[in-house]
Design a protein around this ligand. Structure first.
Ligand code: SF4
Ligand code: SF4
Length: 261
């Protein structure tokens, strides 16, 4: 079998196949883990921290750059590359990726890119990823299963309800408190957990016992609560409910109910 001619402009659906092969025997093995920007979504951070057994503070300090998207409010988290050739800190010269089971979504998708339309394009050509010159045909949906991509995609879709929210562009880009809030509730989950369970959060919001139970034990559920809090606080969506007694306290006595009478 020979590889079909590479077409950099090709847009593919899940059912389409592309020529690709990647394994440790290739000369290019792990070259793609150098000189590359790897953006982390909140679920990537949950998985990497779990794989490395690290708390939020240590993970962000040691392995990431945290920036703000230019002209926007979204936090941007990238892996802090090391050395002159900008190597991923998780690359081991002998073993390859030492966080392989917990590697980020973009590493799982490489050399493809998932577009907002749900279709796939090539992130690079065979000059950067020689595996694209292989005659081996991979059907995208099967390849994604091999990459363990499904739960990553589900969680990225949840986060994209915030990142592609129509009201996001209207937020005040000069207000760093908004970026802090988004970072806290999506990335910095150790701190967000303290915020939920050690502040007046649960006295203020009517959160079900099941949600509280799950958020206390599972970071993915804590992240879902964080996303609800952002959608409520920043976009005015009814994803959380303020307890009636808190509303009443802030409204004060009804009109005409004059305590002096
Ligand atoms: S996380 Fe693993 S696969 Fe991804 S760039 Fe780093 S070493 Fe490579
Ligand atoms: S460059 Fe492509 S083929 Fe080579 S190791 Fe990376 S993903 Fe695999």
């Amino acid at each position: 079998m020979t590889a079909t001619k590479f077409d950099a402009t090709r847009v593919m659906d899940l059912e389409d196949a592309f020529d690709f092969e990647c394994h440790p025997g290739l000369e290019c093995f792990t070259t793609c883990c150098r000189d590359v920007n790897i953006f982390l979504a909140p679920y990537d951070v949950i998985r990497l921290r779990h794989g490395l057994d690290l708390g939020s503070d240590e993970f962000f300090e040691k392995y990431t750059h945290v920036l703000t998207k230019p002209g926007g409010v979204l936090p941007l988290v990238t892996i802090k590359m090391t050395g002159e050739d900008k190597t991923c800190p998780f690359l081991s010269p002998d073993e390859g990726c030492r966080v392989y089971d917990h590697r980020p979504w973009s590493c799982r998708l490489f050399p493809l890119n998932l577009e907002e339309s749900g279709q796939f394009t090539y992130l690079c050509g065979p000059e950067r990823c020689p595996g694209l010159d292989s005659p081996n045909r991979e059907r995208i949906h099967r390849w994604l299963v091999d990459q363990g991509a499904a739960e990553y995609q589900d969680n990225h879709l949840l986060y994209s309800e915030v990142t592609s929210h129509p009201k996001l562009g209207r937020l005040d880009v000069a207000n760093p408190a908004i970026t802090k809030m988004i970072f806290l509730a999506t990335y910095d989950l150790d701190r967000f957990k303290d915020f939920v369970f050690q502040s007046s959060f649960l006295q203020k919001f009517d959160v079900s016992e099941e949600t509280v139970f799950k958020a206390l034990r599972y970071e993915v559920d804590l992240l879902k609560l964080g996303l609800d809090w952002i959608k409520f606080g920043l976009f005015g969506e009814p994803t959380l409910k303020i307890k009636p007694e808190v509303v009443a306290r802030h409204q004060g006595p009804p009109e005409g109910d004059d305590e002096s009478s």
